[in-house]
Design a protein around this ligand. Structure first.
Ligand code: NAP
Length: 498
């Protein structure tokens, strides 16, 4: 471990202190202040502290990234790709330690969530490392006497701001997409979950020239805002809530820098009458991300069930969900972990209260969390389902970001699609039917960026990912996402007659 150049902070004897990465140095903040990182499965017991980056720290990081950009952009893409592949190998070798840290800070169950998240991060480094040479331009046939070609050049210093719900995956995504094509990056993880990202950054740091990757820790209101507004940053890539996304877009508009926004969702799942079986029940559970406590932007949290199968499908769903084990994220038998923090826990509880208060709604599973017993030791909630919900109610319109599914009956296909589209979000959607023509007609009509038919899986490298409407702008995870979002085209026209 490298030592920090500004380790003037008084060491805290009781918890581990992790440092942040600026210009190849592991460092505290300029004023030596730290912020706590808590364990949500133990109701907020502090497990570590990270630096509270302020304006001067952000300034140092931007300066370092600007300097590093001058040489990093000149390295052939294939060689940058090779570094991504080396990093993938090292992350894979340390995956168990990373998964443990991730479970401790996020509350996500290690078996059902964290190991898979690290494996996907490794896949991302391999995917982008492998396609690095695809940073190609085009030639335009303007005639024998003219050579016209384009180059895809890096943009410069990128600020990547990520949330807590899958921090290693999203951190890996920003790192690979930005760096592979020659940008340098300042990554800001969420203050609730910076530890596994910092561990991953240590692995990256061992392979990268100094200043190419910088990680600053601190809150969104402080270092996040400063980073978004910094004049040296030439591209903003933000994953988080639609509310914060609007402030990022405003910061980008202020100085006309490109902005990628991956924001919230309230994704529909439409089940046709011929899809009333165990495979679809399991897919609905997967799509709702119940084993991530519903804390996923792509959670299929509005279930549109045809009236003819409503009761029997619901019986199967409740039975299957009731068998999930909730508890200690590090226990190998746990399926569902804890909600990230007290504020989010209370927010989800308030949505449940709101659902209970609606006239005609019916709670068929879960509900408010237990006040005593082992689950009361952490921010645990049971998978919760409301039926007889109206699509216009708050609980069916707003992103709960918790394990709360609302089920809405439908009779007519057009009505189901109209309700699915009646949302200001448009991130993901799920359609289930054996009639592939019907399923694809629905998929083509639904206003969402990513639609799955007869499955509820997670994203895979190579697929185009991003939202319609207030779920965001720009695409990530794919080759064209990297090229379109992280490079700028330059066109060169040469008069060959001269
Ligand atoms: P959030 O409150 O918007 O925070 C996301 C990140 O932005 C955190 O690092 C946060 O810092 C920072 N931040 C907050 N306000 C900021 C501001 N004004 N300026 C600069 N940075 C700011 O979201 P969250 O609660 O962490 O995450 C949940 C949300 O993310 C949900 O809406 C979910 O749907 C969305 N999400 C979207 C995707 C996608 O791919 N579309 C993926 C995952 C999550 P601090 O937390 O440290 O204050």
């Amino acid at each position: 471990m490298k030592t920090g150049r500004r380790t003037n902070a008084k060491p805290n004897e009781t918890v581990e202190r992790e440092l942040m990465l600026i210009d190849g140095e592991w460092t505290a903040s300029g004023d030596g202040r730290f912020i706590p990182v808590e364990n949500p499965a133990k109701r907020g017991i502090v497990i570590a502290e990270v630096p509270r980056a302020m304006e001067t720290d952000v300034g140092h990081a931007v300066k370092a990234a600007l300097k590093a950009f001058e040489s990093w952009k000149r390295i052939p893409p294939r060689d940058r790709g090779k570094l991504m592949l080396k990093i993938a190998t090292d992350i894979e070798a340390q995956s168990e330690g990373l998964a443990k840290t991730l479970s401790l800070e996020t509350g996500n169950a290690i078996r059902t969530q964290s190991r898979g998240e690290i494996a996907l991060a490794v896949d991302l480094f391999r995917f982008y490392g492998g396609v690095a040479s695809e940073q190609k331009g085009e030639t335009v046939p303007l005639g024998e006497q003219v050579l016209c070609y384009s180059r895809r050049e890096p943009i410069g210093v990128v600020a990547g701001i990520i949330p807590w719900n899958s921090p290693v995956l999203l951190g890996a995504l920003k790192i690979t997409m930005a760096l592979t094509v020659g940008n340098t990056l300042i990554l800001k993880p969420a203050s609730d979950a910076p530890l596994a990202v910092l561990k991953m950054a240590r692995i990256c740091d061992a392979h990268l020239p100094k200043g190419v990757l910088n990680v600053v820790t601190g809150s969104g209101n402080e270092c996040g805002t400063m980073l978004a507004k910094h004049g040296g940053v030439r591209k903003l890539s933000f994953t988080g809530s639609s509310e914060a996304g609007k402030t990022i877009m405003a910061a980008g508009a202020e100085r006309i820098v490109p902005v990628t926004l991956e924001l919230g969702g309230k994704s529909p799942q439409i089940v046709f009458p011929d899809a009333n079986d165990d495979h679809v029940v399991q897919s609905v559970i997967n799509a709702m991300r119940f084993t991530r406590q519903g804390q996923s932007c792509t959670a299929g949290s509005r279930l549109f069930l045809h009236t003819s199968i409503f009761d029997s499908f619901m019986d199967k769903l409740v039975k299957k969900l009731s068998s999930l084990k909730i508890g200690d994220p590090l226990d190998e038998t746990t399926d569902v972990g804890a909600i990230i923090n007290r504020i989010q826990f209370e927010k989800v509880c308030n949505y449940v209260k709101d659902g209970l208060e609606q006239k005609g709604s019916s709670l068929v599973l879960g509900g408010l969390p237990p006040k005593e017993g082992p689950l009361a030791q952490g921010y645990f909630m049971e998978p919760t389902i409301f039926t007889h919900i109206k699509n216009e109610w708050r609980i069916a319109r707003e992103e709960v970001f918790g394990p709360v599914l609302v089920a809405i009956p439908w009779e007519d296909e057009e009505e189901a699609i109209r309700m699915a589209n009646d949302s200001h979000y448009g991130l993901a959607a799920y359609v289930y039917s054996h009639d592939i023509g019907k399923a694809l007609r629905a998929a083509h009509t639904i206003e969402s960026g990513w639609i799955q038919v007869n499955q509820g899986l997670g994203i895979l490298p190579g697929t185009s990912y991003g939202g319609f409407k207030q779920s965001g702008m720009g695409r990530e995870y794919s080759l064209e996402g990297m090229l379109d979002s992280y490079t700028q085209r330059k066109c060169i026209t040469v008069n060959l007659q001269y």
